[in-house]
Design a protein around this ligand. Structure first.
Ligand code: SAH
Length: 236
């Protein structure tokens, strides 16, 4: 695959367009696998370049990712974690998903692309947030997540995994004001503080998306995260 949309988009984001080949090789793996398992509803390659690769790469200029440990919670086919790691190779990435087949796909893909410092974990986030050695509580500089749950629920899944002074980044639509307001008390209870909300246009489109950056300012109380049934039944 070749894509002028991708190289133009990367350039607009001040990302080295040399990463385009690896991004496209990864996307090709996703689109190939998508014919036999359900990974994405976006099957048009140009649309996938924009709404998957560039949407995720758009986080790069928003935060200093270099050298950071990053967990992608509910990564699915690898979004946003894979584009972030490909665009910033010094990221140490953990891809986490509750669906075993998606994690198997990612392991194969990471091997095929010969990418290092990527760990693929089949687990539920609320279980993976147990204290070490059972889980990886407060172990990551950054937790990122796209299209997994409403922000009040997502905060309970993600913030316990983040180190003190680290960041949780939720990728949302631009129309998420109400969702953010509704999540404020949950974020506070979990030791977070909304640092900033960044609206951005996905390069090559007129689609406006939003990244909600939440700083971890105190430890999440040990009772969180609760079991998923409880989180859903009684969201914070
Ligand atoms: N982030 C990807 C996939 C979104 S689909 C993207 O933006 O394209 C949501 C994914 O979250 C699914 O793959 C599902 O298995 C995973 N998921 C949902 N709840 C989860 C949980 N509690 N722990 C881990 N993964 C979860």
């Amino acid at each position: 695959m070749k894509s002028a949309v991708l190289t133009d988009g990367l350039t607009a984001l001040r990302i080295d367009p040399a990463h385009a080949d690896t991004l496209l090789a990864y996307l090709q793996c996703v689109l190939d696998k998508n014919t036999v398992m359900n990974l994405t509803a976006i099957t048009d390659p140009d649309e996938a370049v924009k709404l998957h690769l560039l949407d995720c790469a758009a986080l790069i200029p928003q935060y200093e990712f270099a050298g950071k440990s990053v967990i992608d919670v509910g990564c699915g086919a690898g979004f946003p974690g894979m584009p972030l790691r490909i665009c910033e190779p010094s990221i140490r990435l953990t891809l986490l998903d509750a669906t075993e087949k998606k994690i198997a796909f990612l392991k194969e893909t990471v091997d095929a692309l010969k990418l290092e410092n990527i760990t693929c974990i089949h687990a539920r986030a609320e279980e993976y947030a147990a204290v070490p050695p059972k889980g990886m509580r407060e172990s990551f500089d950054v937790a990122v997540s796209r299209a997994v749950a409403r922000l009040n629920i997502l905060a309970e899944l993600c913030l316990p995994l983040v180190k003190m002074k680290g960041m949780f980044c939720a990728m949302k639509s631009a129309g998420s004001d109400e969702e953010i307001n509704e999540a404020k008390s949950a974020i506070q209870k979990l030791g977070g503080r909304i640092a900033h909300v960044e609206d951005y246009t996905v390069p090559g489109t007129d689609v406006m998306h939003r990244a909600v950056w939440v700083e971890k300012v105190s430890a999440a109380p040990g009772m969180y995260p609760r079991r998923f049934a409880k989180i859903k039944q009684l969201p914070l």
